[in-house]
Design a protein around this ligand. Structure first.
Ligand code: SF4
Length: 718
């Protein structure tokens, strides 16, 4: 912690760009202020969320004492020793009555590496349950699955972000980075200058507008048809002989299997499904191939990047795989001047998926079903291998099991607000209400915490020590700049105390560096190997990209010599639209896509408490095309009801020609009646478990002015 008036170097609490900032304590009535710091990812930039992050440190809503629900159903403050003892006793009782797996843990992609690692260990050794998963299942799981099957390992960007700046062509699919991580767009300037930025988005988003004035191309497909679009681009590459045969022969397998299926995706047919003109498809394929050729010759190459827009689908793994196949056909991955990557979303979305809070993984990206991996981790933990449970349930299944016979009766939630962020949120809320015990660790009374039996007040980013791993796979130090409010505790301390009460058989320390050192040992030899890292190395001047085995200096660029599959070759995997998925559904009904806004982050628990951010985006707004609105009798600012098979949500109509006539858009940052996830369903990708967030069929009607919510809604915007 710093003295008042001196700055501490740390990184932003929000997204995976992890912009560098300096936090100075004592400048705001017990709080702190933020200054941007120069760093390769943000180059001195911050977005509105980053600039205002310190306003939450001394926010009047901060939780400063544990809360316990009393017999009257009211949450009241209680001493730490009382609530911890109660949790330990209730866990024992629930497991005695219903079995060990009746207790589950739900983690978050914003937790530090130390907390994510310790949470996985806590679930398996202290709670002795297989049931742990996390909200990254809603973000990165399809991209991770596609990366693993193509390359043998998943690191969001397998190259430093700065490499993008030298590209002449960047194909960006399903990411509105100009709103979600604005400093990122600095890295697109080279492609813009060359007229080579291609943005694929059903909306003419802030990112799509970066292609204006000859700086690139915006393709605006029907939502959910990205897989067909990518198959069409690959068809053109192969049909016109634009693929990199030398790369494919030397470094990849599966070419024949993939190209055999491409014959049926000729551009005119793809145009009929996606709405993207055949001429545009041919032009973009040729643009990419020209960039790829330049890159292969050591010049300004081509990159393909994916985001949640194409990943958050019931066929998200196959769609992302189609993007990877296209990149492999062009010979981009694992080369010095071109590449493929996915843009991680949450602050520690990369590290959070590497070290054991996924249902099927142990630290270091090890498979929990791999006997050698289990033996290694058991050795580090000092327990017999049998003490580590097998795979648990992926997030959507885990949440569906709440309160069900044979299901989950007790849930611990860390770093997540599932009452707002999970699909089919109303059903999730019913599940949370039906639990015997809900324990939520948070620093604000989130919508999920408000349903809890016990709420444990924890630390915010500028109050804690730890590490996060950014979207490039670069491990960064988070450092404390201010003291926490009295009464709040670190989650490491909470797990340490509960593990002691539950007589866990291994080390649980409140000291982050102790847990990081153990994480490094547990990851040794795994795909995400941190064994050469400690806080001393991370505090040095050199960047630390994993894998960073002991004795190495890390790996800024993956795959330059070989891919991670045995034999070192990348794998092209044949994919095609499955019956029942959005890509196979033509003509489409009115489709809802959910997403993020510049001013808010995830479920909005934090950013809805920053007055200037809330003033800019105070309520849920449904974007729809003026023609669609006209047909529905809706005018700008009208309160509307959006209805799906799952439920309904209310919003204010926001008419914009920037969206397709068959598409509406609702951000998922708002709670209660404005919650977008009241509309989304529980269909998931069969490979990754990713929910379908982008193509929910909906109806939209103008809210009757006699409805009491009509007046309330109008008050919100007054
Ligand atoms: S939210 Fe993301 S883009 Fe904005 S300041 Fe933080 S890390 Fe940077």
């Amino acid at each position: 912690m710093q003295q008042a008036g001196t700055g501490q170097h740390t990184h932003c609490p929000y997204c995976a760009l992890q912009c560098a900032m300096t936090v100075t304590a004592g400048t705001h009535d017990g709080g702190a202020s933020v200054d941007a710091r120069d760093f390769p990812t943000n180059r001195g930039g911050l977005c509105r969320k980053g600039w205002s992050a310190a306003e939450l440190l001394a926010h009047p809503d901060r939780l400063t004492a544990p809360l316990l629900r009393d017999a009257d159903g009211v949450l009241r403050e209680a001493p730490w020793d009382t609530v911890l003892q109660l949790i330990g006793d209730r866990v024992r009782d629930i497991q005695a009555r219903h079995g060990r797996d009746a207790v589950a843990v739900f983690g978050g992609g914003g937790l530090t590496n130390e907390k994510a690692y310790t949470l996985g260990k806590f679930a398996r050794l202290a709670l002795r349950t297989s049931r742990i998963d996390y909200n990254g299942r809603f973000c990165m799981s399809s991209a991770a699955a596609a990366g693993n099957r193509a390359f043998g390992v998943d690191r969001g960007l397998p190259f430093p972000l700065e490499d993008l700046g030298a590209a002449s062509v960047v194909l960006l699919l399903g990411s509105n980075a100009a709103d979600t991580m604005p400093p990122f767009v600095q890295h697109l300037r080279g492609a813009q200058a060359a007229g080579g930025l291609v943005v694929v988005d059903p909306r003419r988003s802030a990112t799509a507008r970066l292609t204006d004035q000859g700086r690139g191309v915006h393709l605006q497909p029907t939502p959910g048809t990205d897989l067909v679009l990518l198959l069409g681009l690959a068809h053109v590459v192969v049909a016109e002989g634009l693929e990199d045969r030398r790369f494919l022969e030397a470094r990849a397998s599966g070419y024949d299997d993939v190209t055999r299926g491409l014959a049926r995706w000729w551009p005119e047919r793809v145009q009929g499904i996606t709405g993207v003109p055949a001429a545009s498809l041919r032009a973009v394929a040729r643009l990419l191939a020209a960039g790829a050729r330049r890159g292969a010759e050591g010049g300004h190459g081509a990159y393909i990047l994916t985001g949640r827009g194409i990943e958050q689908h019931a066929d998200g793994t196959d769609t992302t795989t189609a993007a990877v196949n296209l990149a492999l056909l062009l010979g981009l991955p694992g080369t010095a001047h071109s590449g493929y990557g996915t843009l991680t979303g949450q602050g520690n979305g990369q590290g959070g998926r590497e070290h054991g809070q996924k249902a099927d993984q142990l630290p270091g990206y090890r498979k929990i079903t791999d006997p050698a991996a289990r033996a290694h981790v058991a050795g580090v933990w000092g327990v017999p291998e049998e003490a580590i449970p097998g795979p648990g349930l992926p997030a959507v299944e885990l949440l569906a099991s709440l309160g069900k016979p044979g299901g989950t009766h007790c849930l611990f939630v860390h770093g997540a607000n599932v009452a707002v962020s999970a699909p089919d949120a109303a059903t999730v809320v019913d599940g949370l209400r039906s639990l015997d015990l809900l324990v939520v660790s948070d620093f604000f009374l989130s919508e999920t915490a408000a349903l809890a039996d016990v709420v444990l007040p924890v630390l915010q980013w500028a109050e804690e020590e730890g590490t996060v791993t950014n979207l490039e796979g670069r491990v960064l130090r988070r450092r404390p700049a201010v003291g926490p409010p009295p009464g709040a505790r670190s989650e490491l301390w909470i797990m340490q105390e509960l593990a002691r009460l539950l007589e866990a058989p291994s080390l649980f320390s409140e000291d982050p560096s102790t847990m990081f050192d153990e994480l490094a040992r547990a990851s040794a030899g795994g795909l995400a190997d941190y064994s050469g890292l400690d806080y001393g190395v991370l505090d040095g001047a050199d960047p630390a990209y994993w894998p960073y085995p002991a004795g190495s200096t890390g790996t800024p660029r993956l795959f330059l010599g070989a891919f991670a599959h045995p034999g070192g070759r990348a794998v092209l995997v044949p994919v095609s639209p499955r019956a029942g998925t959005a890509a196979a559904r033509t003509p489409a009904p009115l489709l809802l896509a959910t997403g993020r806004l510049l001013e808010h982050y995830q479920s909005g628990t934090q950013t809805r408490r920053v007055p200037a951010l809330l003033a800019a985006q105070p309520a849920a707004r449904l974007q729809l095309h003026p023609s669609t609105a006209h047909d529905l009798g809706i005018a700008q600012g009208d309160p509307v009801v959006v209805t799906s098979a799952q439920g309904e949500a209310r919003a204010l109509a926001d008419l914009t020609p920037d969206i397709r006539q068959d598409t509406v858009f609702l951000a998922f940052h708002f709670a209660d009646a404005g919650s977008a996830n009241r509309l989304t369903g529980s269909a998931t990708d069969p490979v990754s478990g990713m929910p379908e967030f982008k193509t929910t069929p909906v109806g939209v009607t103008r809210l009757d002015s006699a409805d009491p919510l009509h007046a309330a809604r109008l008050e919100v915007v007054a």
